[in-house]
Design a binder for this molecule. Structure first.
Ligand SMILES: [Zn+2]
Length: 224
């Protein structure tokens, strides 16, 4: 007679599968290449939030956990570009630390473009929000494709992004008048966040501020 496996059997099966995968696909720390771990303790400690804050020219308050550099940059790239979704929990912890407790609002992720969704198969910012323990409201959509921001300067970025985002009407109804906080992985010039804030304001939605995992200066920038 068939009997379902108990929790102990399932757990030993799971660890056997994990062992087999570790042999087939050895993992290394995304921050320092140490073997057999997704993110080692010293690299996780490097990600502890410094709570950097700045205001964009339009007045939007942006809080970032860390500078986009060194371990933080390698971990974020491994998560976004190499599909290492196991890093989402650590990044979610980092993100949660920069949300000020007085911000009573709904997290709204910056949307991924259709091409990056096809390439990755997941939306990194949405996943990190979930791992932070939040329920992300996907209010924004990309209304038209843009040129790659990485090759552009500050003003060109703003022009490239102008009018690029729109708001999903049905999601607005579910918001029921609550304020929102924008969430992104990396802020560079802030042009993406400013465009998102513009689209939300045009739909009558109040944006309290923005939180990002990392913040990078424009020169040498490798993200938006
Ligand atoms: Zn490490």
């Amino acid at each position: 007679m068939f009997r379902p496996a108990g929790p102990a059997a399932l757990s030993s099966l799971r660890s056997a599968v994990a062992d087999a995968l570790a042999v087939a696909f050895p993992v290394r720390c995304a921050g320092c290449d140490r073997p057999d771990v997704d993110l080692c303790a010293p690299c996780a400690a490097e990600l502890a939030s410094d709570a950097l804050e700045r205001r964009l020219p339009g007045g939007l308050r942006v809080r970032s956990a860390v500078v986009f550099d060194g371990v933080a940059a390698r971990v974020i790239r491994a998560f976004k570009e190499d599909g290492r979704t196991a890093l989402a929990s650590a990044l979610g912890d980092v993100l949660r630390e920069v949300w000020p407790p007085e911000w009573d609002a709904v997290p709204v992720p910056i949307p991924a473009s259709a091409s990056s969704m096809r390439r990755r198969g997941y939306a990194p910012v949405v996943l990190v929000c979930r791992r932070a323990g939040w329920r992300p409201y996907e209010l924004l959509r990309v209304a038209r494709p843009t040129a790659d921001q990485r090759a552009l300067g500050r003003e060109e970025r703003a022009v490239n992004l102008s009018g690029v985002m729109g708001v999903r009407g049905r999601a607005v109804a579910r918001l029921a008048g609550r304020d929102v906080v924008l969430v992104d992985d990396v802020v560079t010039t802030g042009a993406t966040l400013a465009e998102a804030a513009r689209a939300l304001a045009a739909a009558g939605i109040h944006v309290i501020g923005a939180v990002t995992i990392a913040s990078t200066p424009l020169r040498g920038a490798s993200s938006r």
